[in-house]
Design a protein around this ligand. Structure first.
Ligand SMILES: [Zn+2]
Length: 318
């Protein structure tokens, strides 16, 4: 780039500079518009608690991080997803010692199949996929997530950390558990995560996330579930809301985290492609110093995991 410019005439150099400025201007305007549109959508779709709803920085809502990884992520997209799914299957087969004991578990009281989806991944992928079956609305395959402002830990690290501990706890209670991912370097879209759960014949999907807000004082946990007017999964609204309520309440009981309630949300690709009850648990605000620090404490994490597992027990007991 610099070498080429040396050979340019002064006029060409100026024209190139003007073009670059114009291009930059267009880019940032477009980016801003998209971001505004996303925020508006979030505020419209979310339920009564406007303050909380507008700060949800979930899978499909964060636009900042998703743009930076576009090029690398899009080239890896097609090759990495199947590879990861294969390795996940292998790992979970190893977990159950034999096929026979795996079958025996399923007949036990708590022998249900749970898919845990640790939100996000090392790099977001802003290439698009349909927001639901047959939808013309296209959203980023998977975004980068939020980040701990005090600890510096990324959301994708926290979600996998807790997800793996929850897997171990649920397996010890007799559940069969499959993880959508067990490492950070994957590229699995939100639609693909939902399809993974269908392929595993899951009874429920627990999607693990953490929140972010511009206001550092905003704190607490909430859960997201589809509403009865969801155009794709209205049949799952009631069961998903029960699941969300059970997991969130037990989680907050165990941790003492502020309970911000279950919110209806029909804009999440990973919910809209589901074929079984689903919840997104937003475990706390990584932008709040107290929540962020707590969620990195091993003793606190044990309570988080116990709480979620208790909530899953409660859901199936009802
Ligand atoms: Zn998230």
């Amino acid at each position: 780039m610099i070498i080429k410019r040396k050979g340019m005439t002064a006029l060409a150099g100026i024209m190139a500079a003007v073009m670059m400025l114009t291009a930059c201007g267009n880019y940032s305007t477009k980016g801003g518009a998209e971001e505004t549109a996303t925020v508006t959508e979030t505020e419209t779709e979310a339920s009564e608690d406007v303050i909380v709803a507008s700060t949800v920085s979930d899978e499909e809502e964060t636009t900042e991080e998703s743009t930076e990884a576009t090029e690398e992520a899009s080239t890896e997209a097609s090759t990495e997803a199947p590879t990861e799914e294969t390795s996940t299957e292998e790992a979970s087969t190893e977990a159950g010692t034999e096929e026979a004991s795996e079958e025996a578990k399923k007949t036990e009281a708590y022998g249900h199949i749970v898919v845990i989806d640790p939100g996000h991944q090392l790099k977001g992928d802003s290439t698009k996929e349909p927001n639901g079956p047959g939808s013309s609305t296209m959203k980023a395959r998977v975004t980068g997530g939020t980040r701990g402002t005090t600890t510096g830990v990324s959301e994708y690290e926290l979600t996998l950390d807790i997800g793996l501990q929850l897997r171990d706890e649920l397996e010890s209670r007799g559940y069969t558990v499959y993880m959508t991912r067990e490492v950070h370097e994957v590229n699995i879209s939100n639609k693909e995560r939902a399809e993974f759960a269908t392929a595993k014949n899951a009874d429920i999907v627990v999607r693990i996330h953490a929140n972010g807000s511009e206001a550092s004082s905003t704190n607490g946990a909430l859960a997201l579930a589809p509403s009865s007017s969801n155009p794709y999964v209205s049949n799952l609204a009631s069961s998903s809301q029960s699941l969300s309520k059970a997991v969130l309440n037990a989680y907050c009981d165990a941790t003492g985290m502020k309970n911000l309630g279950v919110q209806a949300n029909d804009t999440m690709t990973g919910i809209n492609w589901c074929t079984m009850p689903v919840t997104i648990i937003e475990m706390g605000f990584m932008t709040n110093p107290s929540d962020d620090t707590n969620m990195q404490d091993s003793g606190y994490q044990a309570k988080m995991v116990q709480g979620m597992a208790n909530g899953i027990d409660n859901y199936f007991a009802d």
